[in-house]
Design a binder for this molecule. Structure first.
Ligand SMILES: Nc1nc2c(ncn2[C@@H]2O[C@H](COP(=O)(O)OP(=O)(O)OP(=O)(O)O)[C@@H](O)[C@H]2O)c(=O)[nH]1
Ligand SMILES: [Mg+2]
Length: 285
């Protein structure tokens, strides 16, 4: 898809502004910021606003939903991030994360724990703020780590609306935060990827454009997956071809592109094409 023909995507509703302010306030209580990224789009899910907020804090990057992304890309991205910052590849639905996350957090904060000990504080509680773009899996990760459903989760952006401290054990507390974007989505291709994967509310976006972007990407980077799913030849107008083949038609028998776009986006978000990375690591080229 030509970049210049793309719609301009912008989504920074009031609750995100409020969340940003509250996160800023809580930051002074926090020992470490755990930043979740979507393993399928590790770069597009980087949030400059959160980066700015956590600039002087210890940090851990979690590439979440690693079960949905390409294994080879997962390895490459993790290696790349680890050169700068501790990084874990995580599946917050199936992994057993409690010990792994606590150990990692304690390791990163060990100097703070030591310093507290030296001051006579035997048990320092480490406070970790869990941040990330909407729908990346922050609340799911917290539920996994504390082994019960303490936070509401759903496959749409904007589910968590307020900050919530959760006691994990006697050593660690976690802060669930609402997903936030940033007010200027300069990189519109990144914005399209965020919208395609469900981190931006797409009610007011052009879904046909989003779906066509996804189809073009899949054709280019994962040849054969569209043929497998939609029995189409991966040439020409893919959205229209899929609509014809899958009989997503209007009352008068024309391809119903609106319906097709909804179906394609649902397939992307339900992971019907297998393990796909929507951003390839530059180190692999
Ligand atoms: N396959 C897979 N799905 C995940 C994973 N983590 C979260 N999900 C799903 O992603 C969706 C969003 O999860 P949430 O935990 O609500 O995301 P959030 O970051 O808290 O979202 P907001 O509160 O809206 O910012 C849910 O449908 C989860 O089941 C994961 O590691 N793998
Ligand atoms: Mg949430």
């Amino acid at each position: 898809m030509e970049k210049k023909t793309m719609q301009t995507i912008h989504w920074f509703p009031g609750h995100m502004q409020k969340a940003r302010r509250q996160m800023e306030e809580q930051l002074k209580l926090v020992d470490i910021v755990v930043e979740l990224r979507d393993a399928r789009i590790p770069q597009a899910s980087f949030n400059p606003l959160l980066d700015e907020l956590s600039a002087h804090k210890k940090k851990l990057i979690i590439l979440n939903k690693a079960d949905l992304s390409d294994e080879k890309e997962n390895r490459l991205w993790k290696e790349m991030f680890e050169k700068e910052i501790p990084c874990l590849l995580v599946d917050s639905i199936s992994d057993n994360l409690s010990k792994k996350l606590v150990n990692e957090i304690k390791e990163i904060c060990k100097d703070k724990i030591e310093r507290a000990k030296a001051r006579g504080i035997r048990k320092k509680v480490i406070r970790a703020m869990i941040v990330g773009i909407p729908n990346v899996g922050k609340s799911t990760l917290i539920n996994n780590v504390v082994k019960k459903k303490v936070a509401k989760t759903e496959n749409r952006p904007g589910v968590t609306r307020s900050l919530q401290w959760i006691r994990l054990n006697e050593d660690v507390e976690l802060l669930d935060t609402p997903g936030v974007l940033w007010s200027k989505l300069d990189d519109q291709e990144a914005a399209v990827k965020l919208a395609v994967l469900g981190s931006i509310n797409d009610d007011i976006l052009d879904k046909e454009e989003l779906a066509s972007y996804a189809l073009d990407y899949l054709k280019q980077e994962y040849p054969g997956v569209l043929t497998k799913r939609y029995e189409i030849s991966e040439e020409g107008d893919l959205l229209s071809a899929a609509a014809k083949k899958k009989l997503w038609l209007t009352a008068n028998g024309e391809p119903d592109l609106k319906k097709a776009a909804e179906a394609v986006l649902k397939d992307v978000r339900d992971n019907r094409f297998g393990r796909i990375s929507y951003e390839k690591c530059p180190a692999g080229e």
